[in-house]
Design a protein around this ligand. Structure first.
Ligand SMILES: CC(C)(COP(=O)(O)OP(=O)(O)OC[C@H]1O[C@@H](n2cnc3c(N)ncnc32)[C@H](O)[C@@H]1OP(=O)(O)O)[C@@H](O)C(=O)NCCC(=O)NCCS
Length: 173
């Protein structure tokens, strides 16, 4: 069986929305985030991004949704003011979420999705591609570096009651 890219998820109702929410909840619950995400909470988070005009790209492997990436104008991202103060361009396209089902990680799925998001950013006339992650998120950092994004800032932030360093990435077009 194959590999299929869903270029734009337009509706989070039904089994597709449930599967995407489950991947999100599995990837962002527990260590190192120390948060607990239910399917419902994950679904609301994705719905709110969709309502802000986000691009949601997914990849299906062997008939199962395996990975998701969300890109949005940085100006409508959750911490827009902070991200812009840290050096992200106002006209940037921000990779807000990336998550690959643990069973499908390290197959290049996230890299593929981020490359599609970069194309989307360029087509939309964005001035840069940007992202941020924890300083110790080897997977995310590897993907951003593979896209030749550069580290432009660091700061500390709290998630799940614990403070850790975050790294901000940007690639200007
Ligand atoms: C970050 C994440 C989305 C990467 O997804 P992925 O589909 O596995 O990424 P890719 O397969 O495209 O990885 C590309 C490269 O990154 C590196 N990489 C990815 N995950 C890695 C890991 N856990 N450890 C070390 N290197 C890793 C590898 O170099 C990999 O290439 P290789 O397998 O050819 O060596 C995934 O690890 C994930 O869902 N993590 C939990 C959620 C999360 O932290 N999201 C980011 C929040 S900002």
């Amino acid at each position: 069986m194959g590999h299929r890219v869903i270029e734009q998820v337009v509706c989070l109702e039904g089994s597709l929305g449930e599967r995407l929410s489950d991947i999100y909840a599995a990837c962002f619950s527990g260590a190192p985030w120390f948060e607990e995400w239910t399917r419902e909470a994950a679904s609301q988070e994705l719905q709110s991004l969709l309502a802000k005009g986000a691009d949601i790209v997914a990849v299906e492997c062997d008939g199962e949704i395996a990975s998701i990436g969300v890109g949005v104008s940085v100006e409508v991202a959750g911490d827009a003011a902070q991200l812009i103060a840290l050096g992200i361009d106002r006209g940037s396209y921000y990779i807000a979420e990336i998550a690959t089902d643990p069973a499908y990680q390290r197959r290049g799925l996230c890299t593929e999705i981020c490359m599609i998001l970069e194309e989307r950013a360029r087509a939309a006339g964005a001035t840069s591609l940007s992202a941020r992650t924890r300083f110790d998120n080897i997977g995310a950092i590897s993907v951003f570096e593979r896209l030749t994004m550069q580290k432009i800032a660091g700061y500390s932030a709290e998630t799940g009651g614990r403070t850790s360093l975050r790294v901000v990435f940007q690639k200007r077009f």
